[in-house]
Design a binder for this molecule. Structure first.
Ligand code: ADP
Ligand code: MG
Length: 222
């Protein structure tokens, strides 16, 4: 699902550099990413999603080199192939929760917002406990509720790759477990791979692999 080869990236206006010699993620892999704040976890997810473009190296997602796509195509590729739960949610304030969940359908012509997709959106929202709040705008939702909207938006297209940046960060322990369960259940149904940045070490045994950014080396989860 993901193949990174000798990737180098540097922010233009900062000293941070990221070098990833090699990273492979299989079609149904569940990989957790841990590491200190500022170590480049969000940067890596943005590079995989094609939001950032590396200075060197390639990023293959489902056999497509995202670094080689023009901007508009990269955006459409992301909307149709990748479900991304952003660390700061990235909800649009002028849209209702429901319209935020539908957003990928606006971006990608390959996606059709049909009755099935609407039902999927409602089912996900119900499963997250926000099913009765979809007409509200983000500013009328709590942080945890906004996070759930972001999770529904990431899952509604049944993507083959789910990127999650601390998706459980603003939730209480019960909700954390439930949301992770939902992520895994949906990824299992869709045959999707999951890459999840998390600070919740108690969730790590649920993943097949853990990538520790502190040393940037992999170890197998116990
Ligand atoms: P993490 O998600 O692991 O906390 P990030 O990937 O967000 O880390 O950030 C890695 C480093 O890159 C940090 O030092 C951060 O300050 C820097 N950084 C992040 N975004 C930008 C940006 N847009 N411009 C310049 N530097 C950035
Ligand atoms: Mg981050």
């Amino acid at each position: 699902m993901i193949k990174i080869d000798n990737l180098r990236f540097r922010y233009r206006d900062g000293g941070f550099r990221l070098h990833i010699p090699e990273l492979s993620v299989g079609d149904r892999d569940r990989l957790a990413i841990v590491g200190p704040s500022g170590s480049g976890k969000t940067t890596l997810l943005n590079l995989i999603a094609g939001i950032l473009v590396p200075d060197e190296g390639s990023v293959l997602v489902a056999d497509t080199d995202v670094t080689a796509l023009p901007d508009a195509e990269r955006r459409r590729f992301r909307a149709s192939q990748i479900g991304f739960v952003f660390q700061d949610f990235a909800l649009l304030d002028y849209l209702s929760a429901r319209q935020n969940i539908y957003y990928p359908f606006r971006i990608s012509p390959a996606l059709k917002l049909d009755a099935e997709a609407r039902e999927m959106a409602q089912d996900l929202a119900d499963a997250c406990g926000i099913g009765d709040k979809l007409d509200r705008h983000p500013n009328a939702l709590s942080q945890g509720e906004q996070q759930r909207v972001a999770i529904c938006r990431a899952l509604v297209t049944r993507p083959k790759l789910i990127l999650s940046d601390e998706a459980t960060g603003n939730l209480d322990p019960d909700s954390k477990a439930r949301i992770l369960e939902l992520l895994f259940e949906q990824s299992h149904k869709a045959g999707a791979a999951v890459l999840a940045v998390t600070h919740d070490h108690e969730l790590l045994p649920r993943f097949e692999r853990v990538l520790d950014f502190a040393q940037f080396r992999e170890r197998v989860a116990s």
